[in-house]
Design a protein around this ligand. Structure first.
Ligand SMILES: NC(=O)c1ccc[n+]([C@@H]2O[C@H](COP(=O)([O-])OP(=O)(O)OC[C@H]3O[C@@H](n4cnc5c(N)ncnc54)[C@H](O)[C@@H]3O)[C@@H](O)[C@H]2O)c1
Length: 256
């Protein structure tokens, strides 16, 4: 098994890609801290992991945009398991189309805090464990929107751009300590989040999803959470031990 005896923290693991990664990492032998602001959703993920009957998993509530909450998550897991091998930053918020002059400062701050500041916060508290171990993996979920922006998703694109540059900066800073830092850019994905990028009523949303998102993917299919989990497993496993600072597009060609 690829992650035998590894301890992994996955944020946003109550839904979508985070849940798929939690299931896949635990199948590969990891102990997974299923961390989410939505504790009920995180409990559902743990129940699904228990049904698989592999690995170990437990729930930890967290708001990734608050230092105290992130510190608590990291320290609780570190003390409970004695180490932290992998941190996957998957929690994120979408933005509905908003003309820049109508974007509120609070909305900008919230998107930046949840999507970008969170990567600083988990690194701040997890890196001391990883430095002590002389190894560790950090994986950040950015978006292909960091490379190919969309109109009206101004704050979202900016937050994901920050994730990409922070990934590269941390990869350089932490390489001497055996800590690898990579990111995945998902393309439009078949999760709860996708419809929320569109300002439209429920009825129009499904059609717009096809028109706006599906039509932009050369391979012609939305990305599935399991596609991201496959790539994440590779980037967190020994198979990628010489890979750091990489931004892997899992996007059906959308970024070309
Ligand atoms: N769905 C897409 O099309 C798409 C495309 C590119 C990138 N992404 C990125 O992939 C990641 C996962 O997205 P998804 O599609 O699985 O979304 P999702 O909405 O299914 O899951 C996101 C999870 O993050 C959690 N979360 C939100 N705010 C949080 C906070 N402050 N603290 C802790 N948890 C919080 C939510 O409760 C939810 O469980 C996100 O970072 C998203 O920006 C998504």
């Amino acid at each position: 098994m690829l992650l035998q005896d590894k301890v992994a923290i996955i944020t946003g693991a109550g839904s979508g890609m985070g849940r798929a990664m939690a299931l896949s990492f635990s199948r590969e032998g990891a102990t997974v801290a299923v961390a989410d602001i939505n504790v009920n959703a995180a409990i559902e993920t743990v129940l699904l992991i228990q049904e698989q009957n592999t690995g170990k998993a437990f729930v930890h509530g967290v708001d990734v945009s608050y230092a105290k909450s992130v510190q608590e998550l990291i320290n609780d897991v570190g003390e409970r398991e004695g180490k932290i091998d992998i941190v996957v930053n998957c929690a994120g918020l979408p933005q509905a189309f908003t003309p820049i002059e109508e974007l509120e400062e609070d909305d900008w701050d919230r998107l930046m805090n949840v999507n970008a500041k969170s990567i600083f916060l988990t690194a701040k508290y997890a890196v001391p464990y990883m430095k002590k171990q002389n190894q560790g993996v950090i994986l950040n979920i950015s978006s292909i929107a960091s490379e190919r922006a969309r109109p009206g998703l101004n704050a979202y694109c900016a937050s994901k751009g920050a994730v990409v540059v922070l990934t590269k900066s941390l990869a350089l800073e932490l390489a001497p300590f055996g800590i690898r830092v990579n990111a995945i850019n998902p393309g439009p994905a078949n999760t709860e989040m996708l419809g929320k990028f569109i300002s439209a009523n429920e009825g129009e949303r499904e059609q717009l999803k096809q028109d706006v998102f599906l039509s932009s993917i050369p391979l012609g299919k939305l990305i599935e959470p399991e596609d991201i989990a496959e790539a994440a497993l590779y980037l967190c496993s020994p198979h990628s031990q010489k890979i750091t600072g990489t931004i892997l597009n899992v996007d059906g060609g959308r970024g070309i």
